[in-house]
Unconditional design. Structure first.
Length: 266
């Protein structure tokens, strides 16, 4: 008997909220705790792979090959500098998948079917979603156990959040009844701005325990590390950004056991 890993998708249809930054650095934080972690990039921009040092010319396959060509996901794994972290990258070719999937059988379940044979090999599978609510995001939601929503501490923070939560409810009704809300992560917090404090207060007041305790600050080192192809833990472990994502990893692991018991498979 073995445990099936937790599948968490990072989603928010609003761009620029720290979604890919969260996917990369949460995965790296879990891997640094020796949790076997897989990061799956479902965003055609491909930043999750490049942010971990992968070069497009060196790729031997992408998530597109699993979704449209039926290649086993195991053939698409790429190693990273962190021993316990692997990644399935994406390239701009994935943009066409939105159209190509329309005529496919089980079009909303292609990612779930591809990940199923790998689930027992990982403790956590993190999915980075595109900033939209199309078929790629639906595939991620259908495959996931839970959704983590990054929310920036700015004026338009709650814009579109109701649409996303409505979509999650629809997915639970039609595609994935077991889907849960993992939590809302407040990002890009600027302690000097009154609006940032107001957003934190408003979000915590409305969503209460669904909001993670850790708040990710605006941090120059966090914005620099993607250009070096490194997660923040390998770029500047002493930075405030690194401290925040390590704390997020600890909080997630602490919340995981009582909240969502692992399924077991033969």
């Amino acid at each position: 008997m073995g445990h099936v890993g937790r599948i968490i998708c990072i989603s928010n249809q609003k761009g620029g909220v720290g979604k890919t930054t969260t996917a990369i650095n949460l995965a790296a934080s879990l891997a640094s705790a020796e949790r076997r972690t897989l990061l799956v990039d479902m965003d055609p921009q491909g930043n999750a792979g490049s942010g971990l040092g992968l070069k497009r010319d060196d790729l031997h396959g992408t998530v597109y090959d699993a979704l449209l060509n039926g290649r086993p996901m195991k053939e698409l794994l790429h190693p990273t500098e962190l021993r316990y972290l692997q990644v399935v990258p994406a390239t701009p070719d994935l943009t066409g998948a939105e159209v190509e999937l329309v005529g496919q059988e089980r079009r909303e379940f292609r990612l779930r079917d591809a990940l199923r044979p790998l689930a027992a090999e990982y403790d956590y599978i993190i999915i980075d979603c595109p900033p939209s609510l199309g078929l790629l995001t639906l595939n991620a939601l259908a495959a996931a156990d839970s959704v983590l929503i990054p929310l920036q501490c700015e004026y338009y923070a709650l814009e579109g959040l109701s649409q996303l939560t409505h979509t999650i409810d629809l997915v639970k009704q039609g595609l994935n009844p077991a889907l849960q809300m993992e939590g809302i992560l407040l990002t890009m917090f600027d302690s000097r701005a009154n609006i940032a404090h107001q957003v934190v207060e408003e979000v915590r007041g409305y969503f209460k325990k669904q909001v993670f305790e850790v708040v990710v600050p605006r941090n120059v080192r966090l914005s620099e590390c993607p250009s070096f192809g490194k997660p923040i833990i390998l770029y500047d472990i002493k930075s405030k950004g690194c401290e925040s994502y390590l704390a997020l990893g600890r909080e997630l692991m602490k919340r995981d056991t009582p909240k969502a018991p692992r399924r077991r498979v033969a």
